[in-house]
Design a binder for this molecule. Sequence first.
Ligand SMILES: Nc1ncnc2c1ncn2[C@@H]1O[C@H](COP(=O)(O)OP(=O)(O)O)[C@@H](O)[C@H]1O
Ligand SMILES: [Mg+2]
Length: 275
Amino acid sequence: MKKEEKEEEAMAQEKRLKERMGKIKHKIMVMSGKGGVGKTTVAVNLALTLAAKGYEVGIMDADVHGPNVPKMLGIEDESPDVTEEGIVPVFVPPRVKVMSLAFLLQSKDTPVVWRGPLKMGVIKQFLTDVLWGDLDFLIADLPPGTGDEPLSVAQLVPEIDGAIIVTTPQDVALLDSRKSVTFAKKLGIPVIGIIENMSGFKCPKCGETIDLFKTGGGERAAIDMGVPFLGRIPIEVNIVLSGDSGIPFVLEHESEAAQSFRAIVDNIEYIMKGE
Ligand SMILES: Nc1ncnc2c1ncn2[C@@H]1O[C@H](COP(=O)(O)OP(=O)(O)O)[C@@H](O)[C@H]1O
Ligand SMILES: [Mg+2]
């Protein structure tokens, strides 16, 4: 391609990105300092809870190396249709659209060995070429830390509403989640709030609560950093099972975790509407 053609294509892509994103009311990124703290669990359950309230929702799985969103929704064997207009995201009833690199990989066991620019390229394509349509919320599920993927989402998504930071209550996780808050602030992205996940475990036999990873740290970090605290989710066996079986726990269980989760979503809705 000649230089002018390349420039023209880049401009057309930019225009498409703006148009597509312009049809989405709220864009949220789910981040954390550490891996395995529950970002994907939060992202899919948030999407399904919002959809149950009548909102049109999209989930963009921006975890290029560990795209787990399809697995957690039980749709890992689906694949998006590709049409002249763009890529049709996979639909999860009642009103959730999902796009993930997992749909496009040939084997579930193949690792993605990509450097920054390629990762930015795929995220750009998810934002530009996926037919999201009119949405109330687009939720980006990110890998841990403050690397290429969060940076790409932060830089590419116009008028992003903010970041939700997931942490567990112990000191190492908190230290890292403070970095996520600083990252968001540096990039001018509002912090919607911190969620403390894996906060206490109620013994199913005796009913006593055990603070496996301590408790209360997420709230202290939120107060310290001057950002909202959205709530805490206890450790529950249900959540592990539902993550593996592809049925989000908020839909399946009337557990304490499901109730806390719904209260967290109410808080998020309240904060988003207040803007
Ligand atoms: N509150 C919780 N109680 C029990 N298991 C949980 C809880 N939150 C997440 N998990 C489980 O922990 C694992 C990691 O969660 P995941 O959402 O994949 O984290 P991340 O996306 O931050 O790497 C998954 O197996 C998930 O089902
Ligand atoms: Mg994840």
